[in-house]
Design a protein around this ligand. Structure first.
Ligand SMILES: CC(C)(COP(=O)(O)OP(=O)(O)OC[C@H]1O[C@@H](n2cnc3c(N)ncnc32)[C@H](O[C@H]2O[C@H](COP(=O)(O)OP(=O)(O)OP(=O)(O)O)[C@@H](O)[C@H]2O)[C@@H]1O)[C@@H](O)C(=O)NCCC(=O)NCCS
Ligand SMILES: Nc1ncnc2[nH]cnc12
Length: 316
């Protein structure tokens, strides 16, 4: 059932991407019909489902089980992803014809917080996708703002420009992330967005490099996840297991990649060893998982803005 829905989502999203490419590099202000908004939301939900079902992911929920999460299983993640469909569609509609401004930032934050309520309602209070609502929400808005000419580079930069505006209506919240940022001097999910999502770009680059080298799709996705795990200051790891958990995750991810990645027998062995070490520390790289989902959401978007065709350049 889920696979069918996913295929429909991907088909709609591919049609939207084909239309964006056909339209040529027309710049910002892409008008968003309900069908376009639904296609963007479909792409976001499909990315969350693809991340959730990718197996084996060290410490994380996957097809094998709940990983280090006592309160979340695969069905919870899938229900959470589906519950967020209207949130991503609303974000796409609200972004039509806008530019990065305090007003847009505040509109998205309101929709994002409403999405968090939907998420908590279906998960019984577990935080499955707060980081994903934040990252994919900003990137979905940026895709609309960037329109036909958008690339991974420009979409991530524009998402950063939106994020850097203040949200005057943000209620004070003592979140795990905020506590970890204070305790360990890292910038967390906010810092990642403010910097224009460098780890999402890293995941996209790894994904594409591994595919180009002939890797199977799941291996390319696992290596993209590990490339982020080797570097990200994940506040989910920090709040659960402190600096030790972050270090174990980083060194473990580097060990898998150093042995040739998920496609090799040694890499698979190192990956499962990392999984065991993270489970022993009750540590989960939830923020890393969100970065992979965000990278999958940008699948199909070209890495760089394509240069204007020669004819158009002569007319400039
Ligand atoms: C700006 C916000 C992201 C809030 O951030 P803050 O840091 O204050 O709060 P958190 O609630 O901790 O959310 C941050 C989530 O982001 C993910 N993350 C962590 N590190 C990074 C990183 N370096 N870069 C990017 N993303 C990162 C991570 O999400 C995943 O982990 C979640 C599980 O975490 P946790 O709650 O700690 O869960 P448990 O360990 O299971 O908790 P316990 O059971 O032990 O209590 C999981 O959800 C993954 O998604 C962090 O959790 C933003 O949320 C915000 O301001 N939102 C307001 C609305 C808004 O503006 N929206 C914009 C819409 S476009
Ligand atoms: N697969 C996963 N496991 C645990 N937390 C997550 N947050 C987002 N995806 C996750």
């Amino acid at each position: 059932m889920h696979v069918d829905l996913l295929e429909v989502d991907l088909l709609q999203a591919d049609l939207l991407e084909a239309r964006l490419l056909e339209a040529g590099p027309s710049g910002a202000g892409f008008p968003v019909s309900n069908a376009d908004a639904d296609a963007i939301a479909g792409r976001a939900v499909a990315a969350l489902v693809a991340e959730a079902t990718l197996t084996p992911k060290p410490g994380l929920v996957d097809r094998r089980g709940p990983g280090a999460h006592a309160d979340v299983e695969l069905a919870t993640l899938l229900a959470s992803a589906e519950a967020l469909r209207p949130t991503f569609a609303e974000i796409a509609r609200a972004s039509a014809g806008r530019w990065p401004s305090p007003e847009l930032r505040e509109d998205l934050a309101r929709i994002g917080r409403d999405g968090e309520r939907r998420m908590f309602a279906v998960t019984g209070g577990a935080n499955t996708h707060r980081g994903a609502i934040w990252a994919l929400g900003l990137l979905a808005a940026a895709r609309v703002l960037e329109g036909a000419g958008g690339s991974v580079e420009t979409v991530c930069a524009t998402a950063g420009r939106i994020a850097r505006h203040a949200d005057r209506f943000a209620p004070p919240r003592a979140t795990n992330g905020a506590r970890a940022c204070r305790a360990y001097g890292v910038s967390g999910a906010r810092g990642e967005a403010d910097a224009g999502f460098p780890h999402v770009r890293l995941a996209v680059a790894t994904l594409r490099a591994r595919r180009a080298a002939g890797a199977a799709e799941d291996h390319a996705r696992l290596d993209a996840l590990l490339s982020v795990m080797a570097r990200l200051d994940d506040t989910c790891l920090l709040h659960r297991g402190g600096r030790r958990a972050l270090r174990v995750a980083r060194l473990g991810a580097r060990a898998v990649l150093g042995t040739g990645g998920a496609a090799t027998a040694e890499g698979q062995g190192a990956l499962l060893a990392l999984d065991r070490r993270l489970l022993a520390l009750n540590a989960s790289p939830g923020g890393v998982a969100d970065m992979l989902a965000a990278a999958l959401f940008l699948d199909g978007v070209p890495e760089h803005r394509s240069p204007a065709p020669l004819q158009a350049q002569r007319e400039m």
